[in-house]
Design a protein around this ligand. Sequence first.
Ligand code: ADP
Ligand code: MG
Length: 263
Amino acid sequence: MLLKIDNLNVLVGDKQILHNYNLNIDKGEIHAIMGPNGSGKSTLAKVIMGADDYKIINGDIYYNDEDITKLEVDERARKGIFLAMQSPLEIEGINNADFLRTALNTKTKTNVDIYQFIKETEDAINELKMDLNMLHRSINSGFSGGERKKNEILQMKILKPKLIILDEIDSGLDIDSLKIVAHNILQYQQENKEVSILIITHYPRLLNYIKPDYVHIMTCGKIVKSGDYELALKIENQGYNNVKTIKNQNNKESTIKEKEEHE
Ligand code: ADP
Ligand code: MG
């Protein structure tokens, strides 16, 4: 198992966001998580990455069978976990290329050859149909929403992670850019068959290009239903309300069952 989330409970401030959360992702698998706004999807993504404004009160995260629950963000990145953020930050005064090279040096614990770095980065930029001068601007400074998303995928291509988490990578992308981004992600996975992807999205459109093996529906900090690609299409047609009904029925059933067991 590449990623195993075991009974995770997470607080933001004093509000519990994730409840007894379980998720298993094997090597080479593509999983999608869909769910209404505020259901805790970005929280999940950031907790897997190790952001420190979230408090884990219970449960564990395993990566390659190692408990990483207490590791810092940079240690997780070094092990090959990568998060493309829903809202990539703008960092004034730090040049995009310098940032990438430092991140790559940190990850590989070597000084990467500068000429090889430039060549690889320029190739990656061209494959993403980005403007070469974006390499030499401050990170995301003045970038459009779509350019920021492409810049996240540029980082992915350079850092070569094993577990890729894409938090609403499709938001802010026009249809042509969406195709380019999807193509780059797919190509990366086809060249690296053991790479696993967790896609967080509202729309099946991206899943059309990157077909998930599993689709999970998340509401109120829990996975309430899992299925395959068909489930994503159902959600697109019927919305999340239908899933809530299923959840309520399940809850009722389990309450009755617990009662019976107690009696
Ligand atoms: P989603 O990505 O599914 O839309 P989020 O994980 O972003 O949901 O948010 C889940 C809930 O946690 C929301 O109610 C949000 O307001 C709250 N939340 C997330 N991050 C913070 C934070 N840093 N401080 C306070 N509340 C937060
Ligand atoms: Mg979100």
